[in-house]
Ligand binder design. Structure first.
Ligand code: NDP
Length: 265
């Protein structure tokens, strides 16, 4: 089997925030299979080590402090500016210069706006939006100096549309779409492409309550032209494309991977 050279990303180094489970972990697997050195991130070091071990069959697993190719871990809270600065510096020192950053860490909080507290608002804004600014800025400081880099922000179907009870989440993801375009505008001249990847409804821990709600689950299947929930593996191809030289002139876009859901009423 031959792969077109435009899609060859073997040897690149990637950091994926929030990759101890779910979508981030599947994206990490895809990058490892494509020959990248991958750094997993989350707040829980033990969960990260378990997640790294699960990728062991597709790459050499390097633990904390390990160097060279393979899978590495970097525990830090993406909402904490000083921790992000120290975390990125540490990753580059231990693992090497970052070629690819995936801003994936995120959370959901389903509640009517009238019941949404100030603290809950700040928490979801910090986790889903401020994090991409903090990690993106820190990575881009280095990527701009080197003259190349790929940043992929994990947006959402809800960057475009919203349902009752999910307004704060949709607000963060809509703003993340515009932050993606803004990063593209600011950093394009330095050889950095910034794009969004917008998943539809994907089965993960985050959406487990929705999957287990049979009425809602059936609504998702019926509303999605593909007729099913998304799987985390469905997102890998789009990430590999956006991270590859094939997308060197693609920037500021959001690629929706949603079985067609954003296109229908
Ligand atoms: P999960 O809840 O399964 O995973 C979230 C990941 O983010 C975990 O690894 C978690 O690790 C990490 N994380 C959360 N907060 C922080 C933080 N402050 N600092 C560092 N890491 C953090 O979610 P999904 O995999 O479902 O979602 C991943 C992304 O995809 C999110 O941005 C989400 O909004 C987006 N998305 C998901 C969809 C879906 O249907 N599942 C649809 C559209 C978008 P830990 O808690 O250990 O820190």
């Amino acid at each position: 089997m031959t792969t077109h050279p435009l899609f060859d990303i073997a040897g690149r180094t990637a950091l994926i925030t929030g990759s101890s489970r779910g979508i981030g972990h599947a994206l990490a697997r895809g990058l490892v299979e494509a020959g990248c050195t991958v750094v997993l991130n989350g707040r829980d070091q033990r969960a990260l080590e378990k997640a790294a071990a699960e990728l062991g069959d597709v790459g050499d697993v390097g633990g904390v402090g390990a160097g060279g190719a393979g899978v590495h871990t970097a525990a830090f809270d993406v909402t904490d500016g000083p921790a992000v600065a120290a975390g990125i510096a540490d990753v580059e020192e231990r693992v090497g210069p970052l070629d690819i950053l995936v801003n994936n860490a995120g959370m959901q909080n389903r509640a009517p706006l009238l019941e949404f507290t100030d603290d809950a608002w700040r928490q979801i804004l910090d986790t889903n939006l401020t994090s991409a600014f903090l990690v993106g800025r820190e990575a881009a400081r280095r990527m701009t100096a080197r003259g190349h880099g790929k940043i992929v922000n994990i947006c959402s179907l809800q960057s475009e549309v919203v349902r009752p009870g999910i307004a704060p989440y949709a607000a963060t993801k809509g703003a993340l779409k515009m932050l993606t375009k803004g990063m593209c505008a600011d950093w394009g001249r330095y050889g950095i492409q910034v794009n969004g990847l917008g998943p539809g409804y994907i089965e993960t821990e985050l959406t487990r309550p929705l999957v287990e709600d049979e009425e809602f689950s059936a609504w998702v299947r019926g509303r999605t032209p593909a007729g099913r929930w998304g799987r985390t593996e469905d997102l890998i191809g789009a990430l590999l494309y956006l991270a590859s030289p094939a997308a060197d002139f693609v920037s500021g876009q959001v690629l929706y991977v949603d079985g067609g859901m954003t296109s229908v009423l």
